[in-house]
Design a protein around this ligand. Structure first.
Ligand SMILES: Nc1nc2c(ncn2[C@@H]2O[C@H](COP(=O)(O)OP(=O)(O)OP(=O)(O)O)[C@@H](O)[C@H]2O)c(=O)[nH]1
Length: 353
């Protein structure tokens, strides 16, 4: 797995798109439909001689609605999915305990278990289902501790149905989980290719626009002030003209590793054009950015490209600007570009702010 900041940003972008929406819609749909069915069951049981069951169902329905309301208020938290699974655990065991309407509670367990698996995800669902079924089986074999009374044939039928359910649900979920993981992996690989420059393996302009800037806009506190340094190799055309295009390519690869060695792994180094690069420093002020650009300039100057009998000095020019807030992002990129031209016009191999 690619654990670099770029890999993480791509994985987040992919999850943002599909997984979060799917899970949210599942939670909302199941909560609205499940809550309504449970409320309806409470109403059906109203007036029967099982007030405990009515109380349990009413509580379950209310907590389901409360849980979904809180998940709307705190959309970033994952806790509501796990809490929904716990509500299902409670409801199932309450049905087994009270027996439900005319002792039919056991029949409602399987759809509820299925919901539990969908809501809490495959791996934690194994634990949830094991606890839910374990408690139910305990109650069925210790009927003196519960209100309901189940005949022995109900218990046997329930156990056989539970065994079949677990086999079918987990085999199905396991295959679905695996094929989905494979699909996500392939999708991530396609995304990585589309967002990477094939020569230098650096993220490209598309990555900046569709992944990085979008992420920064969503969570400005983690990125701004964001300092941008536009970097352009000096007289690169001359390298191509003197040594050929292939050596020019190798110089670009060499230049990439030199720039990357001068910054942190958490900083973003992207190739935005032929011999133009953009280095982004999250949570960095203009003066820090200027210092870092000066450090890069020096490292480039002191790292000539050496290959066979070619020993070629390289220099680059740097334009620096800072966006203090997210609404200034595009203006600051333009400013960094303008500053690069200032550095070029000022004689190259320099930093301009
Ligand atoms: N080898 C190679 N050359 C490239 C690539 N992309 C762009 N170039 C070349 O980079 C050169 C850029 O030249 P210019 O824009 O004139 O800039 P420069 O020569 O670096 O001059 P200044 O930027 O003004 O210092 C052109 O010759 C392009 O063909 C690439 O992927 N590989």
């Amino acid at each position: 797995m690619d654990n670099t900041p770029i890999g993480q940003l791509l994985r987040n972008a992919q999850q943002d798109d599909a997984e979060i929406k799917r899970r949210k819609l599942t939670l909302y749909f199941i909560s609205y439909v499940g809550g309504t069915i449970i409320a309806f069951m409470a109403w059906l049981n109203w007036g029967t001689n099982n007030p405990l069951l009515v109380g349990v169902l009413t509580t379950s329905a209310s907590v389901i609605y409360l849980n979904v309301a809180l998940s709307l208020i705190f959309p970033k938290s994952d806790i509501f999915y796990y809490f929904a699974g716990l509500i299902v655990l409670f409801t199932i065991n309450a049905l087994v305990y009270t027996g439900g309407l005319n002792n039919t509670g056991l029949y409602f367990i399987f759809p509820l278990l299925f919901i539990q698996i969908i809501v809490v995800r495959f791996k934690p669902a194994m634990l949830y289902v094991a606890v839910t079924i374990g408690l139910s089986i305990y109650m069925l074999y210790n009927q003196d501790v519960i209100v309901a009374k189940y005949p022995a044939e109900h218990v046997s039928r329930f156990l056989i149905a539970t065994f079949c359910f677990i086999c079918v649900a987990f085999i199905g979920e396991n295959f679905w989980h695996k094929s989905r993981k494979e699909m996500l992996r392939e999708n991530l690989e396609r995304m990585r290719q589309a967002n990477t420059d094939p020569l230098t393996k650096l993220p490209n302009r598309r990555f900046l626009e569709t992944v990085f800037f979008e992420r920064a806009m969503k969570d400005p506190g983690a990125f701004f002030p964001l300092t941008a340094v536009v970097v352009d190799i000096d007289h690169f055309k001359k390298i191509n003209d003197t040594f050929g295009h292939d050596i020019g390519d190798e110089v670009l690869i060499h230049f990439t590793s030199v720039i990357k060695s001068a910054v942190r792994a958490s900083d973003i180094v992207a190739r935005t054009g032929g011999e133009e690069f953009l280095v982004l420093f999250p949570l960095a002020s203009l003066s820090q950015g200027v210092k870092l650009a000066e450090k890069m300039r020096k490292v480039v100057e002191e790292s000539p490209f050496i290959e066979g009998d070619i020993n070629h000095n390289i220099t680059a020019s740097f334009g620096v600007a800072t966006a203090l807030t997210e609404d200034k992002l595009h203006a600051s990129l333009k400013q960094a570009d303008d500053n690069l031209y200032k550095a070029k016009n000022g004689g190259r191999n320099r930093v301009a702010e």
